[in-house]
Write a protein that binds this ligand. Sequence first.
Ligand code: F6R
Length: 605
Amino acid sequence: MCGIVGVLGKHEVAPMLVEALKRLEYRGYDSAGIATVNGGKLDRRRAVGKLVNLQDLLVHQPLAGKAGIGHTRWATHGAPTERNAHPHRAGKVSVVHNGIIENFRELRAELAECGLAPETETDTETVAMLVSHYLESGLPPVEAASKALGRLEGAFALAFLFDGEEDLIVAARKGSPLAIGHGSGEMFVGSDAIALAPMTDRITYLEEGDWAVVTRAGAEIFDESGAPVQREEKRVRLDQTQVDKAGYKHFMAKEIAQQPTVLAEALGAYLKGDEIVLPSPGLDFTEVDRLVLVACGTAYYACLTAKYWFEKLARIPVEVDIASEFRYREPPVTKGTVALFVSQSGETADTLAALRYCAGRADRIASVVNVETSTIARESDLALPIHAGVEVGVASTKAFTCQLNVLLLLAIKAAEARGRMAAAEKSELLAQLRALPGLFNAALDRDGAIAEAARKISEARDVLFLGRGMMYPLALEGALKLKEISYIHAEAYASGELKHGPIALIDKSVPVIVMAPRDGLFDKTVSNMQEVMARGGKVCLISDARGIEEAGDGIWQSIPLPDVDERLAPLLYALPAQLLAYHAAIAKGTDVDQPRNLAKSVTVE
Ligand code: F6R
């Protein structure tokens, strides 16, 4: 979390830094700041809250200079105040940081012995103080920064700017991503290529432990031991970096609406006729005894859904875990295991740590990612892109359906390889999958009915979601979407669990959203629904037209969806779940794209 940027430009850099920060705001928006060096002197501007506050400040108090660094913050250490906002400064150095310095207390104590006291509550200021201390002891800037880097424990992407140095940024990466951008007579650093897209498409990704001395002439890169290393420069595809709302009111609305198109494109990327083509080196499912799927949040719910597919279609035993639990449980990962990590950003700290735990233990490390250049993709034996395009809204929408798509294709491939799915069945299922973008359009056409239901739901304090089978993970996802952007308390249960406790919560003030396509479990869900209604509960049923008809009277709200093959229902039913949350948030007037306390990329644990 937090986004950092640095520019050594030909012109004034403040507008470039602000533009880059706008593109990084998805990483946190508690405060923002920039620092420049101008006429040899460091200066900075910082403002609490969204970037727009910094922009306002810069109108009244402009910041000149052709070299600068910038930061957008998701607070970890210290409240989101101006004092705690980055860039931090000590003596002749300014720094921006993404990550957590775990040994900052020890370093602070050491600096205190030299009479140096911090002014902020942040871990980052300690880094600036340490570099400043080394500068004061006589080391030149690069050596001071490199010596300080050697003392830091934890996770960081850092960029340093120095008093008196208008052609120097020192940048470093350990545990948090960092990209270097190459211009002509200009150089850039940023948390990702998206931030740098308006300035350059020529990107070098630093690897774990790397640090770089960046000047307008280029970047010299060193590994953790200090040895010079070469890292490849790549061209980043600009279509992966477009971040406009395309006329929609919110990124989330745009991203929900894009799903028919991106799903069709994603299918096109994997299907050659009826052959499911995986990127090299592929995966031989005949040799897989067990799959371990690990992720966080929405991506975790995609994994829970995939468990049904892999087990039902391919008969492969699957374990699914939350990355933050998996990484510390030290679970046995035996031979014959393929470990699969699902992550939109490809940078989630817990998922990455879980991946590293499995490396060397599992037979293969595979990942399902949106950002193809991410650390998780790079550290996998096989990285499977979901082809969702840039997702900016903090609440994941199109990435979820595209994750489901790739996981389903994998399950079908596994079923075929293991002799569990005949060619005709596969061909029929793929035909249904190809028709899904059309059904997505039909689901999006229900927007009016969904918005109407959402307005009523938005008046509730608590909401329950119910689902059975593959609809259970979908219910969890629906509840997560609703709570994260509308701040309405929402919980999800497997329908069959209702009478084991949660039914005590039911009364007329608690809407119960039931996600139930007319599948093999439909009648059982209808019985659970009746139990809710018998206790005065208000049911909002999301089903197909016949399902709604068969469910009988007494339903409070119904949202009819097109008929869909039950194996594909999780993809289709994701859309009304997303739209319900979106419209409930609109009704409540919350910040849809940047909900409080959240950030898009969770690069700290
Ligand atoms: C919820 C949401 C999060 C992410 C989670 C994992 O809408 O977006 O729950 O799914 O933080 O992020 P990635 O997929 O980037 O690893």
